[in-house]
Design a protein around this ligand. Structure first.
Ligand code: SF4
Length: 321
């Protein structure tokens, strides 16, 4: 069956002025997000994944590129049209405490988007909806008038999720949603996100640096390095046999629970991440790549088909069948 594309981004570029020059945060990224999937965006800090997430929601404008979302061109919209479209796209933040206003109680926090879009005419209907949302995310509705500081980190993230669900979105960008939580709580929140996705047919763009979390939650993974997509593939193919040397490096840097699975081969070296102000020519990974040949510093590799997706490398790694 043909998969339905919910969001299609083409040539997304985001540059910022900074002391020392122009930061090339995101450079010519093409991305399709399918309805009902969880697409993870991974990469080291500074690779542009959070910036790309914000651009896709049009929270910041792209320097270049176009974004189609649910049949509409987000990049051609005026502010009024964007405000309407934003009802269908929400964001869950890394730090629920910082994103919840400490002076508002939970009922007010979850009701905020409903009020901003004047969804209900009377308070009773609004309160009923908020209590139903609390129930959906596993917060007891008698906590309606409690304040954020009276909740644990996991409960606060549940409140953030309830607020993100208030307007019945289609797409939720989850930006490191569990990285501030204890591991045992992380699993609960990931399971909640998974259950909500099934029940409400949600699509997630899941931004994370944590590859074990990503493996658990995502259907596909997009690996970024210095503002570029290295590899975008279905999760199992990518984890079992990475195509791009950078993906392999990331996987090998992640502690493996099973020592048998840990690769002996440690030839990939960390090295410094080059500056996004002056990115390397050709393949941006070439100064760190042990497989680099002459062409790598001269010609930029483009995304080419590989098993389960696409990879941008002149010398993709051999696939282990
Ligand atoms: Fe390494 Fe060359 Fe592939 Fe870049 S294109 S990842 S430098 S082998």
């Amino acid at each position: 069956m043909e998969k339905e594309i919910l969001m299609q981004a083409r040539g997304i570029t985001k540059e910022f002025k900074a002391t020392g020059g122009i930061v090339h945060a995101v450079s010519g990224v093409d991305l399709d997000i399918y309805a009902g999937e969880t697409l993870a965006l991974v990469g080291e800090s500074g690779c542009g994944k959070s910036t790309l997430g914000k651009v896709l929601l049009r929270l910041i404008p792209p320097t270049a590129g176009s974004i189609q979302f649910d049949g509409e061109d987000l990049t051609a919209m005026n502010n009024k049209q964007l405000r309407q479209a934003r009802q269908k796209m929400q964001l869950i933040f890394q730090d629920p405490y910082a994103s919840l206003d400490p002076r508002m109680n939970v009922g007010q926090i979850i009701a905020e988007p409903l009020r901003a879009y004047k969804i209900y005419k009377n308070e009773k209907d609004e309160e009923e909806r908020v209590r139903a949302l609390m129930d959906k995310v596993g917060i007891r509705s008698e906590f309606y008038r409690r304040y954020p500081h009276q909740f644990s980190g996991g409960q606060r993230q549940r409140v953030g999720i309830a607020r993100a669900l208030a307007l019945n979105p289609k797409l939720i960008v989850c930006d490191e949603p569990v990285s501030a939580l204890d591991v045992s709580i992380q699993a609960q929140i990931l399971n909640l996100l998974h259950d909500l996705q099934k029940e409400l047919n949600l699509t997630y763009l899941f931004i994370s640096h944590d590859l074990s979390v990503v493996r658990y939650i995502s259907n596909r993974v997009c690996v970024m390095f210095l503002g570029k997509v290295c590899e975008i593939r279905d999760t199992e193919s990518l984890y079992s046999s990475p195509c791009h040397p950078y993906t392999r490096f990331l996987l090998e840097s992640t502690p493996q629970p099973d020592p048998e699975k840990r690769k002996e081969d440690k030839e990939l070296l960390m090295g410094e991440i080059p500056s996004p102000i002056n990115p390397p020519s050709g393949c941006r990974f070439h100064p760190r790549c042990p497989y680099a040949k002459e062409i790598c510093s001269k010609e930029e590799p483009t995304l080419q088909p590989c098993p389960g997706g696409m990879c941008a490398c002149h010398f993709p790694l051999k696939q282990e069948i």
